[in-house]
Design a protein around this ligand. Structure first.
Ligand code: GTP
Ligand code: MG
Length: 507
């Protein structure tokens, strides 16, 4: 905030010097309002009914878990089980399940009773751990459907109820969705950290700082002329805002990383023809994605495959060998390869170690890899790993084929020698590209987080620019509102619908 005109502004608010703040109302609440989890406030759509669903995966399996949530859960449990009394809370008990109408036995199952609010959803919940045969599962689901007040759950409805009852914040809900969809180790770690509330805690910490700054500004508005007001309250608010701006900007710069961790980094394999690019793609993806042949120019299109690369999710692209003076089809392949290179987060540059002096190798080194001393590092945040393939063709134990090259790895796709080293290098590179979920601050994994962080920063920008104390306080409130919305405060129904759509029925 520009504080040089403070005195005049303070006067203007008191109606002495101007009308700019005539409509301003005294702050209703000056004490710290922490942004603790309170639930969404709104009841989950359709809450009141008791819902049930199969919560474990579909298909034949050893054990299947069916659960209910809602006020009739206890009644449902009693209706299906013999003996009919409720088991002790949160203890597994073996019960005979039978159909409440026909009395037909359905299964011997472990049942659990979770009286609300100490349950996943915060409501009364019951779980039936039945044998996983399709007929058992459908029999128990039908039996539950025959209990009055029960209906099948919709996708994500259990989690939506947990959110509505303040059991999970929105970032934790997202963490849970990510955990269910996690396919790689890094994704699992990241999702678990988010589910554990790390991102939420970070936002709460930021919101607390804003609450303090706001309290200082409001105190000045109310008591600016009083002698007993601590010296420099506005300066304190300004320095709190400055620190926060730095922290938020740093996180925003890293936002792409978290998103890559959720959706996969773009790893593009490129190089001159016949270097072994397709062989490497097949080796890394452990399946025959691309045709491999001794004929240069075999790959002409971009071939994509999602892979787990050293624990990180990646979209691996095989591309046409880069060379000039070829027919129109291959030329188009080369154009597509170059286009894909532009979009890469990480380039796996492959050269034939036994053919480094060829014109296509030299050209690739000059144009894509950039030799040491030849120019600037890569412009954007794009990273590159240089791989010299076909090391088996080099004399055993011989000298490095080109010591003047940038740092590189020797590999043989044929024998697999050097693969572990490459995977380790990939792990390090991808930890840079996607962020390392084992260490460091929690990542912003969604555009939604990025949007609100940017909104918060914009509001702080207004705070700094305005000379009007009332507007400055309003900007701080706006900034805090953005942080609150990351964890779910005041979330609109549409946002909630989008987030809960990621869930399956039974979660
Ligand atoms: N000796 C040896 N041969 C290899 C190795 N890797 C690949 N090759 C052979 O090199 C030839 C070209 O391999 P590809 O994987 O098709 O090469 P590419 O770079 O995809 O080729 P284009 O698609 O034509 O650009 C094939 O005959 C492979 O068997 C290796 O590590 N050692
Ligand atoms: Mg190929």
């Amino acid at each position: 905030m520009m504080i040089e005109n403070r005195g005049a502004l303070y006067q203007s608010r008191r109606g002495v010097g101007g009308a700019s703040c005539q409509d301003w109302k005294p702050p209703r609440q000056r004490g710290p309002r922490s942004c603790t989890r309170q639930g969404s406030g709104a009841p989950a759509p359709g809450s009141g009914a008791t819902i049930f669903a199969l919560s474990s995966g579909q298909g034949r399996c050893g054990i299947a878990v069916i659960r209910t949530s809602g006020p009739s859960s206890g009644h449902a449990l009693r209706s299906l089980t013999a003996p009919r009394d409720l088991p002790p809370a949160r203890s597994a008990c073996l019960r005979l399940l039978s159909h409440p109408r026909s009395g037909e036995p359905l299964d011997h199952a472990l049942v659990l009773w979770f009286p609300g609010p100490q349950s996943f959803t915060g409501e009364d919940c019951a779980e039936f751990h039945v044998h996983g045969g399709p007929a058992v599962v459908s029999g128990v689901l039908q039996a539950l459907g025959s209990v009055p007040g029960l209906r099948p759950a919709e996708a994500g409805e259990f989690t939506r109820r947990a959110f509505a009852h303040g059991k999970l914040s929105l970032t934790e809900v997202e963490g849970l969705a990510d955990l269910i969809h996690a396919e790689t180790e890094a994704q699992r770690r990241q999702a678990l950290r988010q589910l554990d509330g790390e991102l939420g805690h970070l936002c709460h910490g930021w919101a607390k700082t804003l609450t303090k700054a706001l309290a200082h500004v409001e105190a000045y508005i109310d008591f600016g002329e009083d002698d007993n007001l601590e010296e420099g309250v506005l300066e304190q608010a300004d320095s709190q805002v400055r620190e926060l701006e730095l922290a938020l900007s740093a996180h925003l710069r890293d936002a792409r990383r978290g998103q890559r961790l959720r959706s996969g980094a773009h790893v593009v394999v490129a190089g001159p023809p016949n270097a072994g690019k397709s062989s490497l793609v097949n080796l890394l993806s452990r399946k025959p994605v691309s045709i491999v042949s001794p004929e240069p120019g075999t790959t002409r299109d971009v071939l994509e495959t999602p892979v787990d690369l050293a624990g990180f999710p990646a979209l691996l692209s095989d591309t046409a060998g880069l060379r000039e003076g070829v027919g129109p089809v291959e030329q188009e392949g080369v154009r597509r390869a170059r286009e894909r290179l532009e979009q890469a987060d990480l380039i796996l540059a492959v050269l034939d170690a036994s053919d480094l002096a060829s014109p296509s190798s030299c050209n690739f080194l000059d144009t894509v890899v950039v030799r040491p001393g030849a120019g600037s590092p890569r412009e954007n945040s794009q990273r590159l790993l240089l791989v010299l393939n076909k090391s088996d063709l080099l004399p055993r134990g011989g000298p490095d084929p080109r010591p003047d090259l940038p740092p590189h790895l020797l590999l043989s796709c044929l024998t697999g020698e050097g693969l572990n080293g490459l995977l380790e290098a990939l792990r390090k590179e991808l930890a840079e590209v996607c962020g390392d979920p084992s260490t460091g601050p929690p990542l912003l994994t969604r555009v939604r987080h990025q949007h609100h962080l940017q909104g918060c920063l914009d509001a702080l920008g207004h705070y700094k620019q305005t000379k009007d104390l009332a507007l400055a306080a309003e900007a701080l409130r706006l900034a805090r509102g953005h942080l609150g919305r990351i964890t779910g405060g005041g979330g609109t129904e549409e946002v909630l619908d989008i987030i809960f759509r990621d869930f399956c029925v039974g979660k």
